[in-house]
Design a protein around this ligand. Structure first.
Ligand SMILES: Cc1ncc(COP(=O)(O)O)c(C=O)c1O
Length: 463
């Protein structure tokens, strides 16, 4: 891709000058209202963040989103953990446009850009993670990973963790927690041979040591028992997000994955690490699991992987590459030239702009700032995250830790109205800013969130 134009690291800064810039009296503005009403006459099943704030976007550039009324927002969402290198990064857009004009699809055949992407991926991924297949959405990559796990291990059961999310198809939903505390007779149910077990949440631990801290050994001991009593002894893989995105930006304690890896090796169980949300730099490493020195047997990437172009990947260790021959691995769109160009350009941008370092540095700023906020706000029960995968948990009372859903929704709406485009809220406010963001805009976003929290606290009579 070396023939692409050279882009300055600061390419996004000019369009960010003066944001947030709100010009209509009401937000969402009049054009948004009409356009949204026209759309929902036909389009159904929208997600909660849209229902709570039905704005219509027209343009995105770097860390700035512009709606159809001309209001400009600071982006703390990256689409939905997707446009991690900023909206319409010039290098990535140019790479996609090049192939959009030259060759859009050649199915499974090799193309020059696919050759380069394969080499690039093998060079950045740890260990021998270099047997690769490409897809066009995270769920398809997850499905393929489940098939691959069965082919590699010749076993058929799967264990995943409470509150994990892996997609919405039958296989993916079988290892995901879709309905929390709700009853749905029409939603997808789990397939046989799929089990869920508790995984450590430091703020809400199930098992603690005498000093009150979370007891990761107790979780592993439970898995030992569960293997004997709850399965038929045929477990192909442990399927886990390295840190839970939808579950609420929940990171396990440092020692959990190293212990789980030992457990998996002892029982000849594959460790499948679903990095669709957390991977490709969002936490300051290519793989979030690398923070804890663990290399998985299978990994999936999505979202940030193509910075907005739908391209995802499933990767297994070199010695297991043959298994991909047995699972009918390919798909119609996976690995098309535009997709390969987007993924390759995204990886190159991460390297050229030293994005991982930015994520680590600004990520530390985020944690410090959120920790300070926690001390000052009675409804702020917990702050969590690493790099740019962040969460703030709202509670009614810090002692009882009762989730404060109503406050979560209100804070989300108020901050949006103040010009912050961000991720939906239950009682855990989630943030996934573009990884190019510097401290100035990180601070601006946190100021908006803190103002919104303060207002909501007042409304609920806290201060
Ligand atoms: C960890 C994880 N796996 C898989 C998926 C499914 O990806 P997609 O929505 O692209 O199908 C998601 C989506 O949010 C995810 O967060």
């Amino acid at each position: 891709m070396s023939n692409l134009s050279k882009v300055s690291k600061d390419w996004w800064k000019e369009s960010a000058v003066g944001i947030p810039k709100l010009i209509t009296t009401e937000i969402p503005g009049p054009k948004s209202k009409i356009m949204h009403a026209n759309t929902i006459r036909y389009m159904k099943g929208l997600s909660s963040q849209v229902k709570l704030f039905p704005v219509c976007f027209e343009e995105g550039h770097g860390i700035t989103l512009t709606d159809v009324d001309g209001n400009k927002y600071l982006d703390f969402s990256s689409g939905i953990y997707v446009t991690s290198l900023g909206h319409c990064h010039p290098k990535i857009s140019e790479a996609v446009a090049h192939w959009a004009k030259k060759l859009m699809n050649a199915h499974d055949f090799t193309t020059p850009v696919k050759e380069k992407l394969m080499e690039k991926m093998a060079s950045v991924l740890p260990g021998k993670l270099n047997a690769i297949q490409l897809y066009s959405d995270g769920t398809s990559a997850v499905e393929a990973a489940l098939r691959a796990a069965r082919a590699i291990s010749d076993k058929h059961e799967f264990i995943s963790g409470y509150r994990d999310f892996h997609g919405k198809s039958m296989g993916a939903v079988s290892c995901a927690q879709m309905w929390r505390g709700e009853t749905h007779s029409y939603g997808p149910t789990r397939a046989p041979g799929f089990y869920m077990v508790p995984r450590p949440d430091p703020y809400r631990p199930l098992w603690t040591k005498a000093d009150g801290t979370i007891d990761t050994d107790a979780y592993i001991n439970f898995y030992e028992t569960f293997l004997k009593e709850g399965t038929v002894g045929n477990v192909a893989a442990f399927v886990l997000e390295p840190a839970q995105g939808w579950g609420g930006s929940i990171f396990p304690p440092e020692d959990f994955f190293p212990k789980l890896k030992i457990f998996c090796e002892k029982h000849n169980i594959l460790l499948y690490d679903d990095e669709v949300l957390a991977g490709m730099g969002r936490t300051g490493e290519w793989l979030t699991l690398s923070h804890w020195g663990v290399t998985p047997d299978i990994v999936t990437f999505g979202k940030s992987f193509g910075n907005g172009f739908p391209v995802t990947a499933m990767v297994v260790r070199e010695e297991n590459g043959e298994a991909l021959e047995k699972i009918s691995a390919s798909s119609s769109y996976g690995g098309n030239p535009m997709a390969c160009a987007a993924a390759l350009a995204s990886i190159e941008v991460i390297e050229e702009e030293d994005i991982l370092q930015n994520v680590r540095t600004v990520g530390e700023f985020f944690i410090k700032r959120m920790t300070k906020m926690k001390e000052q706000h009675p409804i702020l029960g917990d702050v969590k995250g690493k790099g740019f995968l962040l969460g703030i948990e709202l509670v009614k009372d810090k002692k009882t830790k009762e989730p404060f859903e109503e406050a979560g929704k209100l804070v989300y709406q108020k901050a949006f109205r103040k010009g912050l485009a961000w991720v939906p809220a239950g009682h855990i406010l989630r943030m996934s800013p573009p990884l190019i963001m510097d401290e100035k805009y990180a601070s601006m976003g946190m100021d908006i969130i803190e103002d919104a929290i303060t207002e909501v606290e007042k409304e609920f009579g806290y201060k």
